[in-house]
Design a protein around this ligand. Structure first.
Ligand SMILES: [Cu+2]
Length: 465
């Protein structure tokens, strides 16, 4: 049974604030019990418990918020609160989020649904929720000061609107925004079509996640909230590789992946082994005439993108942001380029002063992926993760789409590493390499000619644009 003290705790009201007791209790009587999650596991899709049927999404390293149906309205209860999020095993962060996690839970509804969201503020300052991309009454748009007063600490506000258009959306505060988003306050929202829709295909697997970033010094637990651009943790749903779950799909499954960007920079998201179509953007499903195949799509700040493809190549296919510094974890940024620099002499001298000093980077930085360097508590190596062939040398915004024959329809469990058929893995050439052929340099002529040394052929048409 819920005690009086629990009720106060639920409402975020201090036990001593007895004056507010009656108000808090009557409000709570109508509130759906908040559902709190504490793990960062990818939850299986949450089948709808009432209302129109739909095919639910899978939130990468996240979950969907259950709703309560009351007088034909879908009711949700979001609790804005400080949370501890495991960004990766051994690396926890003190964040702000919703219902025990950052990002908050995914909200799934059906086009035309009447929606009521109770938002309880357990943060030490005001907050609000903006329903990014939705058609709704102006007073429900969540911009503090412009559309509503900020929700004070300990109070619950109610948002009500009809989910008018199907698509991919996000939610986040519009109150002390830079701080609250830097602390991890955000969530995903999916509105499924009410009827079969000419531009929205049924798919076998429907994944979603948010791009987010933090600035957390190695060894510390709380993001630096004044950072505007120089973030060092590049995350998908507040997880970093190798702690981001794989996207597991069956061979020849039709796959949709929905991505929203709530970082402060753009991310070119790249899929290996397949071509995809952009089937939806911020504004809803894309007209078919605008669709063309790509393998990378850039997602700007504040944008949402839906990509779709037929998973018809078996294997473990890398799926990542193509900005190479976004597939790395925290490190100092002031590392000089050491490629080609012989450090033996220097290292010996420094070792007399600092016994643990290691020279690195002489032949590139891949060696850092394999090096067991002493790390401060509570961080993660810069590039890490092991595959069947050794160190992957990646961090941050990286995962794999695992395409498998025989993966059951609702099975999202990790099938392990791909077993490559014999003769289909790159292998070492063990013959004798031929002597390198070099074009002889002209002994005369300008320096430019010697460097370029191109034989000009008469233009023969061909591929010039
Ligand atoms: Cu990126």
């Amino acid at each position: 049974m819920t005690s009086r003290r629990d009720l106060f705790r639920l409402a975020g009201v201090a036990g001593s604030a007895l004056a507010g007791a009656t108000v808090a209790r009557s409000a709570l009587a109508a509130l759906p019990e908040p559902v709190i999650e504490t793990s960062a596991e990818t939850r299986p899709p949450l089948m709808p418990s009432a209302g129109r049927p739909y095919k639910p999404v899978v939130t990468l390293n996240g979950w969907t918020l259950p709703f309560r149906m009351r007088d034909g309205v879908k009711e949700f209860h979001l609790v804005a609160e400080p949370v501890v999020r495991e960004l990766a095993p051994g690396f926890k962060a003190n964040l702000w989020g919703y219902n025990g996690q950052s990002p908050g839970p995914t909200i799934e509804v059906v086009e035309g649904d009447k929606v009521r969201i109770f938002v309880t503020n357990r943060l030490p300052e005001i907050t609000s929720v903006h329903w990014h991309g939705q058609r709704l009454p102006n007073g429900m748009d969540g911009v503090t000061g412009l559309n509503q007063p900020g929700i004070p600490s300990g109070k619950t506000y109610v948002y009500e609107f009809t989910a008018r258009r199907p698509g991919t959306f996000m939610y986040h505060p519009h109150a002390d925004e830079m701080v609250q988003m830097a602390m991890g306050m955000m969530g995903f929202w999916v509105t499924h079509p009410r009827n079969p829709h000419p531009l929205i295909d049924e798919v076998d697997r429907d994944f979603c996640f948010l791009l987010n970033s933090f600035d957390i010094d190695p060894g510390s637990f709380t993001p630096k909230i004044m950072t505007m651009l120089d973030f060092n943790i590049w995350a998908w749903n507040s997880r970093v590789y190798p702690a981001i779950d794989p996207l597991v799909v069956g061979y020849r499954d039709k796959v949709r992946i929905r991505v929203g960007n709530l970082t402060m920079t753009n991310h070119p998201i790249h899929l290996h082994g397949h071509e995809f179509l952009i089937t939806g953007t911020d504004g809803g499903p894309t007209p078919k005439s605008t669709r063309f195949y790509e393998v990378t799509t850039d997602i700007a700040v504040g944008q949402m993108r839906q990509i779709e493809f037929l998973a018809d190549e078996e294997g473990d296919w890398a799926f990542h942001c193509h900005k190479s510094h976004h597939t790395m974890n925290a490190m100092g940024h002031d590392v000089p380029t050491m490629i080609g620099v012989d450090q033996r002499d220097v290292a010996a001298k420094i070792n007399r002063l600092i016994p643990d000093y290691m020279a690195m980077g002489e032949a590139g930085m891949e060696e850092m992926a394999e090096m067991e360097m002493p790390l401060p508590d509570n961080t993660i190596p810069m590039m890490t993760g092991y595959g069947p062939f050794g160190a992957v040398g990646m961090g941050g915004m990286f995962s794999a789409v695992k395409v498998r024959r025989g993966q059951k329809a609702h099975d999202y469990s990790d099938p392990g590493w791909f077993q490559h058929p014999a003769g289909t893995v790159a292998f070492e050439y063990d013959g004798t390499p031929p002597a390198a052929q070099r074009q002889p340099m002209k002994s005369t002529g300008s320096k430019t000619e010697q460097l370029v040394n191109v034989k000009r052929k008469p233009h023969s048409g061909g591929h010039h644009l």
